[in-house]
Ligand binder design. Sequence first.
Ligand SMILES: Nc1ncnc2c1ncn2[C@@H]1O[C@H](COP(=O)(O)OP(=O)(O)OP(=O)(O)O)[C@@H](O)[C@H]1O
Length: 469
Amino acid sequence: MATFESLGLHEWLIQQCKQMGISRPTPVQEKCIPAILEGRDCMGCAKTGSGKTAAFVLPVLQKLSEDPYGVFCLVLTPTRELAYQIAEQFRALGKPLGLKDCIIVGGMDMVTQGLELSKKPHVVVATPGRLADHIRSSDTINLNRIQFLILDEADRLLEQGCTDFTKDLEVILSAVPAKRQTLLFSATLTDTLQQLQSIAMNRPFFWEHKSEVRTVEELDQRFILTPEKVKDAYLVHLIQKFQDEHDDWSIIIFTNTCKNCQILTMMLREFNFPTISLHSMMKQRQRFANLAKFKSNVFKILIATDVASRGLDIPTVQVVINHNTPGLPKIYIHRVGRTARAGRNGVSITLVTQYDIHLINAIEEQIQVKLKEFPLEEKEVLKILTQVNVTRRQCEIRLESTDFDEKKKINKRKQMILEGKDPDLEEKRRNELDKIGKNKNKLKGKNPESLQNKKEKKKRKAKTTAVDA
Ligand SMILES: Nc1ncnc2c1ncn2[C@@H]1O[C@H](COP(=O)(O)OP(=O)(O)OP(=O)(O)O)[C@@H](O)[C@H]1O
């Protein structure tokens, strides 16, 4: 079995690892650290919670200790919270070096960031949008000597999702030297492999954790089949159950929109659950404060959008609940990966309506695991159904009386203008797409027989899986 010594790491780094409870390398560390120390580009694809961060932080710190200067390393990551988490790992492991780092993310003061950048930190950890803004607006930022460019959650940085990083990446890539080491990591790299290869061109070492199953063994993956209107009652019932049975467990609930996130938070608070939220409509300082309160167990329930689905490492999270079934298997993999990390156990429960069955099929096919039904007393859920739905409606009304929707609209328009889009044109396009979507749904509704068939099939399958469980 490999040790950190046998990978070629210096004694001081091994001691730092020990202090953090890291005594033996995980497979991704074992394979990637020597290649990075050799000077090669590296692409590492390993399951969630398998120690990918240390797989790049450790060799970078070693190289930095041999030739310290600033800016030595640039790390890009898709979310602001993740940038802080990565910087923390650099700081903790690089303490004996007196490491200077700088975090460049949106939502924080640009002038302060500019000043910090000008002090030539050893490591810059950034989200692409804000770093590109700095590069565009100032010629004092000097990234032209960096030795390492790291893309954490690399596939997300390259895909054109709701936040499209590609233009910002172009700006950043033109500001960093061609002669550098490029390191790319994610639990889901393979879809974007070709694009990634064009960024990491220096004899890239590619390592993928070969396993048919894409999620970790320690994760118990469950589903609950529910009509849309009963979802919230199931949620309340589940949380009550976990609180009664395991009062030290933390829970993350993922939902699809900021508004839903806000409403669910208000609703769960009405039921006296210690709930806090994290979504992109919140002010950045509030986002950091909420995450800190969740991490320190002041609040045991976090309701989040996919802004929290990647990378966040919170050891106390025992349960992940998907309030909506993720539209893509990749999103599912990252969401449920917030629990069962670093060899710990965890449970994920996905609430599935009859319209989501095709999504679950796609997820199961990708991850090569059949989700099992989560056993619950349906009677107990029905008892609270009316109370839960009334409470939700009250919360919706309360939220409608605030300027939440208005703020959302303004934020969206601002974002589009920043992306060079015309907000009015985009709205027109979206309305047309919505119309098409509605027509399709109408057609679906006209074919109750096929839905019924699906429902029956699912019931039969659910029965067999319940026996398995
Ligand atoms: N060799 C090791 N032994 C034990 N624990 C480790 C080791 N390396 C890292 N860890 C711990 O494992 C946890 C998960 O690591 P990390 O956050 O790097 O996972 P990841 O692979 O990046 O996951 P994700 O894909 O979700 O981002 C962290 O708390 C980290 O400190």
